[in-house]
Design a binder for this molecule. Sequence first.
Ligand code: CA
Length: 307
Amino acid sequence: MKILTFHHQAPFADILAELKAKLKLATRAAKQPWRCFDDVSCMCVRDELFEMYQDHFLRHNPIVEENVVVRVHSQEEVPWGVKYVGAERLWKRSKGAGVKIAVIDTGIDRNHFELRNRVKGGIELVRGKRNGHGTHVAGIIVAEMNKRGIVGVSPEADLYDVRTFREDGTARLADIMRALNWSIKNNMEIINMSFGMPQYSEALARIVKKAADRGIVMVASAGNNGGQVEYPARYREVIGVGAVAQNGKLAEFSSRGKGMTTTAPGVDILSTWPGNSFKKLNGTSMAAPHVTGLIALRLARKKSAAS
Ligand SMILES: [Ca+2]
């Protein structure tokens, strides 16, 4: 379509009348192939018609414009945490494509428009209603770059939804062991574990060791007790992540000390929530997936350099 704007002094009504007459002779088209904004001397004309009667139009020397696409200003937001970890700079080289990440959590809303193309599989070790925690964690890692909503740290990585925690946010140790085993068997490259318990477990330690021996990178939240780091974060093979606020300071609630390998944003973290919505949450649960996303960016870059 062409948009023609005529000079205010141009005989707009006559131009239109002449066009109508010409068209009546030429065709018996029922529908008008143009739309007029008479008071501003504008006419939107289909391309075929414009070409057919170019001379007629151009005789009056209008300004001719294309029917360009105009976009709303509701841009995609890059949440502060994603900026803080420097993801934007790293995206120039990789967005995490082809890296397999298991999210052992409360399940992911796979219908969410930010996640539906990114969740590639998984397993349900528990049933019943889902708690939004896993969906929030998933969004921090992979919310898609799709011109709306938000962007995750590694927006092209592949997620595997290993649903292990019930609606009340708890899971049994044996199910967590199954979840880790599933992740090992299914060749996951990174495992995100935004959960923890205060006591050491020998059984969990052995499965974690097995995963580490296979080269799987494990990331876990340090804990929200303000004190000692919990397990699995505290195991030597796991990257334990504490939470910082926007000012870069460790959040009061964040566990700390032995086992805290690094810190990442965990206060006022905007991410996906079930039902195509978004929510801000606090916790080391939100910090760990920032690190998981960063590792995915690094692994994807390594892979593409190797191939
Ligand atoms: Ca998005």
